[in-house]
Design a protein around this ligand. Structure first.
Ligand code: C5P
Ligand code: C5P
Ligand code: ZN
Length: 483
């Protein structure tokens, strides 16, 4: 399909979902919304929630980590007139066909579709059905945004939230960390509505809220030896460039630098990298920055990437309703509370990292992988973040890492697997490993080649770890892992 046709077809399916929603609201039906707990899922829920609120609809939103029996039980007892699943659902088509064939359902997702064709009671809006790359070109919040816009053109003001969702899912994979594909249309909508600006600038995280030296020191992508992790040295570095870290009593953030100061910083960083023999081009320090122009300076919701981190924190710290309300336009107390949650999230992650490092038996090295035994100490909703962080700083970075935590109710262990880019070139595909290993151990797994997850019964944890170790070994030797 030509690109234009595929987008047109995709938009038609969004329109179909919009019509079904409008019909349900007209009949005064109750709508249950379920959405994924990461930043993109929370943003998607916010977009749908705002659209429904504007229609004066009867609805309720629940944020969960996956689609499971609990959701089905809730639906069967509440008997809603319509169900909306956003940022997940496409991986569960068979289950939806089996369990919910009596309900009107809209699945608004961008994950790979697993399962047979959906029954006619399901309206399935998914870019993959139209040859659009759901991993890179549109997020769950983006799909929800197009449905919202078909409900009412006024919802175009939700474009920045859809941009936040895409950045939360790390979709800025085009040159200089740009959003591309269908995401670009959403960015255009936001810019045309005067709600968003896009600039090429220094890409360091924290540009709106963090003191400059902290921003530099917290940079790990690219990792700058002598600066990453070293606030004192970052301060000295700024001083050597005659860049004042403070304005009066207040620390300055990257946003406060003049163009001239930015230029100085940029070329000094380039020289510095060169002097360390690092072949990082200065263009790698420059990227596309997405700013929500109507938000207050110095808040974490002005920069779209910081906004995404805030949403992620609310989801993972079991306060997703704060994230959803902020996406729906709530500020004031909700934002203040979300800021506290973000601080708490950072503290929790540091606590977990400290815990892992404290005793050698908490992270073991096997033949082909590392294993972190989070058991009941690490929360299952945060184990993914811990896995992501640890995977970039392993003694042998070429060994994939799997971390797990017990899921309190249900007798399951939640695994998160991560590796680095070069390993995928060497044949490692963690999504496949998780899926095959989980299947062997009566669990459920899948994901991307570089980042994947699984849930398995606790009694099978040791067996699962052993199988994963073997399967990674097989992939490295170029053997097939599916029998
Ligand atoms: O559910 P989903 O696809 O959105 O999960 C994405 C997870 O995988 C995030 O934790 C993200 O950090 C990680 N990821 C990654 N590198 C990628 C893609 C995803 O680390 N290229
Ligand atoms: O939960 P975690 O962040 O480790 O998930 C990494 C990736 O694996 C995500 O994209 C998630 O959607 C996917 N995943 C999956 N099936 C599972 C668990 C995770 O596809 N059972
Ligand atoms: Zn998503």
């Amino acid at each position: 399909m030509a690109e234009k046709d595929s987008t047109t077809e995709f938009l038609k399916s969004a329109e179909e979902a919009a019509k079904a929603i409008l019909e349900t609201v007209k009949e005064d039906g109750f709508i249950q919304v379920f959405s994924h707990l990461d930043a993109d899922g929370v943003a998607a829920a916010g977009v749908i929630g705002k659209a429904l609120l504007r229609l004066d609809a009867k609805f309720r939103i629940r944020i969960t980590q996956w689609v499971d029996e609990k959701i089905f039980a809730e639906i069967l007892s509440e008997k809603p007139q319509m169900i909306i699943l956003s940022d997940f659902g496409s991986g569960y088509i068979n289950l939806l066909n089996d369990k919910l064939s009596d309900f009107k359902i809209a699945v608004l997702d961008h994950h790979q579709i697993v399962g047979e064709r959906e029954k006619p009671n399901i309206i399935h809006v998914n870019p993959h059905s139209y040859g659009i790359d759901g991993a890179r070109d549109i997020s769950g919040a983006g799909v929800a945004y197009f449905v919202a816009k078909k409900i009412d053109e006024e919802n175009v003001d939700l474009a920045p939230i859809a941009v936040v969702g895409a950045l939360g899912d790390l979709q800025d994979k085009y040159d200089q960390r740009k959003l591309g594909g269908v995401n670009e249309k959403i960015v255009e909508d936001g810019v045309n509505a005067g709600l968003l600006t896009v600039e090429r600038d220094l890409i360091f995280f924290g540009r709106e809220t963090r003191p400059i030296h902290k921003t530099l020191a917290s940079t790990t992508n690219p990792f700058i030896p002598g600066i990453s992790g070293e606030e004192d040295k970052s301060l000295a570095f700024l001083a050597s460039l005659d860049i004042k870290p403070k304005h009066g009593e207040r620390w300055r953030a990257l946003r406060d630098l003049s163009d001239d100061e930015k230029k100085r910083l940029c070329s000094a960083l380039a020289d510095y990298l060169l002097s360390k023999g690092l072949h990082i081009e200065v263009t790698n320090l420059i990227g596309h920055v997405y700013t929500l122009t109507r938000e207050e300076p110095w808040t974490p919701i002005r920069d779209a990437r910081e906004f995404a981190v805030l949403l992620n924190a609310t989801g993972r710290m079991e306060k997703p309703s704060l994230g959803v309300s902020i996406c729906m336009g709530d500020r004031g107390a909700a934002l203040e509370a979300a800021n506290k949650v973000l601080e708490e999230y950072r503290r929790t992650i540091n606590k977990y990292l400290g815990w892992v490092m404290e005793k050698p038996e908490r992270m073991k090295e096997m033949e082909n992988i590392y294993v972190v035994y989070g058991e009941s100490f690490i929360n299952e909703k945060i184990v993914g973040a811990i896995s992501s962080i640890l995977a970039t700083s392993l003694p042998n970075p070429e060994k994939p890492l799997i971390a797990y935590a017990n899921v309190e109710e249900g007798g399951l262990a939640k695994f998160s697997a991560r590796t680095i880019d070069i390993m995928t070139n060497k044949g490692v595909n963690l999504g496949e490993v998780m899926q095959v290993a989980a299947e062997k151990c009566l669990g459920n797994g899948g994901g991307h080649n570089i980042a994947a997850g699984a849930q398995v019964p606790i009694e099978n944890v040791d067996a699962f770890i052993k199988v994963v170790d073997e399967l990674v070994g097989k992939q490295l030797r170029g053997e097939k892992v599916r029998s």
